[in-house]
Design a protein around this ligand. Structure first.
Ligand code: NAD
Ligand code: UPG
Length: 430
């Protein structure tokens, strides 16, 4: 099948590359010329394990290509996947400007019957609206239909999550669209859920918001654990043996970040409010997360008289390990808080430095190693549980820091071991 993919971000590029890997003919479209140039030379603009290998293999066998020429790409495609961003607006709603722009570009380009598949996370009803828009715009002798196919990959494991997805969710309104979608995903041999478009769109939000709820619930419990003298890690383990609960997404920490949970909780809450219904559970998840993100710097501000002139180390910048992405990372408001109070902040992240520079410029110092970051510092914050950060030996903090004072937002170390090594150590819910 000839497939065009609009947008080569985490979702579009991984989807395009994996569809090619499974035998389809794929052209990936992006407005960013530099990205397209990079991809054509075999370099992935994002950090995802295993992606470049698939990109190179399928580019050289001719099944995968990249372009900025959307017109040509959409004109020749049987199916067009839309995978552009749907970021948050200031009121919490989803910004659909990028989706609408692609829809206009599709309308001016296509010359034959085409199935348009929205892979981006979009509010319930968006597929129907875009279909209505396109049908008004295109010539009357061609037919377009929209299908919803939300994406569930997580950053850092995007290729694996796509090739071995837990499920393929397909929202369609006709047998024609259903059959095309089934044909596309046949070579993946994965569980498939076929439903209508509104339900497919809702499955995506309901899944993300449920996972965010679990995290906020555990962070709430962690805060109570601290007060009553319980250990949230033991509590989570004890809960996990109940297979109705399971072990995943029970990790307490400095709050959830990333390009999805923060915006998708707010977008569903906003949509619900617009429909006269308050999603109280989701609102609670958002509120707990907002509080949790700043928990450790608030604790630290009670411990020191002032941050003014203090050398503070921040280890880990990305919103989770395995990605170079800093979008909505808890590290950002924490670093801003410290800078506003006059701290000299030195940061270290194994892959996030380039993206951090776009945010902080020369306001922070970028260390090339953990040791360089913590050397002579008066305080250290752990924001991301990268393996090399988790593996720091307590003596390293003790020997390199001016004062061994560690605030660990990801529960990387054992409190007893840290305390025995002479480190003043604070973590979450323990
Ligand atoms: N990142 C994830 O892990 C993830 C997982 C599941 C779903 N999603 C959803 O998928 C969507 C995309 O997310 P992402 O993180 O991949 O986005 P992204 O910001 O990484 O990438 C979007 C890409 O679209 C390009 N673009 C913008 N306008 C365009 C146009 N008119 N034509 C062609 N390309 C255009 C941009 O240049 C960019 O490269 C969002 O709705 C998101 O919520 C993301
Ligand atoms: O027990 C946990 C699990 C995760 N997190 C945090 O939650 C955030 C999101 O983590 P994760 O879900 O692993 O990463 P994403 O790449 O944002 O993936 C989520 O968002 C995607 C975009 O919609 C979905 O496709 C995925 O299924 C969904 O897991 C990160 O800040 C994590 O640190 C916790 O605090 N505790």
């Amino acid at each position: 099948m000839k497939i065009a993919v609009a947008g080569t971000g985490y979702v579009g590029l991984v989807t395009g590359a994996c569809l090619a890997e499974k035998g389809h003919n794929v052209i990936c479209v992006d407005i960013d010329e530099n990205k397209v140039k990079k991809m054509k030379s075999g370099i992935s603009p994002i950090y995802e394990e295993g992606l470049e290998e698939i990109m190179r293999r399928n580019y050289s066998n001719g099944r995968l290509d990249y372009t900025t020429d959307y017109s040509l790409a959409y004109k020749n495609a049987d199916v067009i996947f839309i995978a552009v961003g749907t970021p948050e607006r200031s009121d919490g709603s989803a910004n659909l400007d990028y989706i609408r722009k692609v829809a206009s570009e599709i309308a001016e380009s296509i010359e034959k019957n085409t199935l348009i598949v929205i892979k981006s996370t979009v509010p319930i009803g968006t597929n129907a609206k875009i279909e209505e828009f396109l049908r008004k715009k295109i010539k009357s002798d061609i037919y377009v239909e929209l299908a919803s196919n939300p994406e569930f990959l997580a950053q850092g494991t995007a290729v694996r999550d796509t090739l071995h997805a837990s499920r393929i969710v397909i929202g369609v309104e006709s047998k024609w669209a259903e059959n095309i979608m089934k044909e596309i995903y046949k070579p993946f041999d994965l569980p498939m859920i076929i439903t209508n478009r509104n339900s497919a769109e809702m499955i995506k939000y309901a899944s993300n918001d449920f996972l965010a709820l679990r995290i906020s619930y555990m962070n709430d419990i962690a805060n109570l654990c601290e007060i009553v003298g319980a250990n949230v890690e033991d509590v989570a383990e004890g809960m996990s043996y109940d297979d109705r609960i399971g072990s995943k997404f029970l990790k307490a920490g400095i709050g959830y970040g990333g390009s999805c949970f923060p915006k998708d909780t707010k977008a569903l809450h906003w949509l619900s409010s617009q429909n006269g219904y308050e999603l109280k559970t989701v609102r609670a998840a958002i509120e707990v997360n907002e509080q949790q993100k700043m928990k450790l710097v608030r604790k630290a501000s009670e411990r020191v008289d002032s941050f003014e002139g203090l050398k503070v180390a921040v280890l880990g910048l990305t919103f989770k390990p395995g990605t170079d992405d800093l979008r909505e990372s808890p590290s950002i408001p924490n670093i801003e808080y410290l800078l506003e109070r006059g701290a000299h902040v030195t940061v270290y992240d194994p892959v996030g430095e380039e993206n951090a520079k776009k945010l902080f410029g020369d306001k922070v110092i970028y260390a090339k190693s953990i040791i360089e970051a913590i050397k002579d510092s008066s305080m250290c914050f752990i924001m991301t549980e990268w393996p090399e950060i988790k593996n720091i030996k307590p003596e390293v903090f003790k020997n390199e820091m001016l004062e061994p004072l560690v605030y660990d937002g990801r529960n990387c170390y054992i409190p007893k071991v840290m305390e025995e090594a002479g480190i003043e150590y604070y973590s979450i819910g323990r």
